[in-house]
Design a protein around this ligand. Structure first.
Ligand code: DX5
Ligand code: ZN
Length: 220
């Protein structure tokens, strides 16, 4: 089994101690920082935006993986590039001209990601998969941390892996929502490359140890 990238979601961090939690991730075995931007329109919650990402970027020493849960993301592509985002993921359900949006993200120097809500079939990506650097499969309904993992995700990972292989694409598969030590191994076995984990990491007693455990678990 290949070693997955681990991407702690700062949505579950202590916002009054963000620098401390950024340093914790820097010092851990984690690979990416997962940053959830919510606008209160696409999802029924508002998280954080540009000023907070700017502050995080000053301390984070790893890839900034920005997940936009917002309508009309095209308006902000350049802003996120300027803030130092490495990956910019938009929702399939929020983009009328997805191909154009992905090209704009790449033109701004970032990796282009597409997130799929739990109800959105993998087949919707069949004509665009070669243009996508990263597919973020939502394993909960986006908007909140701490929700339960949707079991149908395993089937979606397998279907997506098949689509990627058939197209000889190099797209990464990221799983977002309800990831724990209970499902991590099976997700990687099904084809996942990146595991996002918010509550499981930051609500644990020793987040660094939890990150290491998650990584070890799927290495064995
Ligand atoms: C949910 C976000 C997730 C969230 C995951 O809308 O996209 O990234 O932070 O949190 P957990 O791991 O707690 O489900
Ligand atoms: Zn996310």
């Amino acid at each position: 089994m290949t070693t997955p990238r681990i991407a702690p979601s700062l949505l579950a961090a202590d916002f009054a101690n963000l620098q401390r939690d950024c340093e914790l991730v820097n010092e851990s075995d984690a690979d990416w920082f997962h940053l959830d931007v919510m606008d209160g329109v696409f999802v029924p919650n508002i998280s954080f935006g540009m000023p907070v990402i700017k502050a995080i970027a000053q301390h984070a020493t790893k890839t900034l993986d920005v997940h936009l849960m917002i309508v009309d993301p095209d308006r902000y592509i350049q802003h996120f590039a300027d803030l130092g985002a490495h990956n910019l993921t938009v929702h399939y359900e929020a983009c009328t001209h997805l191909h154009r949006t992905l090209q704009a993200i790449k033109a701004a120097g970032m990796k282009a990601g597409v997130a799929l809500n739990p109800h959105t079939p993998i087949a919707q990506l069949s004509d665009i998969i070669k243009d996508v650097d990263l597919v973020c499969l939502m394993s909960v309904n986006p908007g909140f941390g701490g929700q339960s993992f949707i079991e149908n995700t395993y089937e979606k990972v397998k279907a997506l892996k098949t689509l990627i292989n058939e197209n000889k694409a190099s797209t990464l598969i990221e799983i977002d929502g309800g990831v724990t030590s209970k499902n991590a191994e099976a997700l990687v076995a099904a084809g996942a490359d990146v595991l996002v984990a918010g509550s499981f990491v930051f609500k644990s007693k020793d987040p660094k140890h939890t990150i290491a455990q998650l990584k070890e678990l799927v290495q064995s």
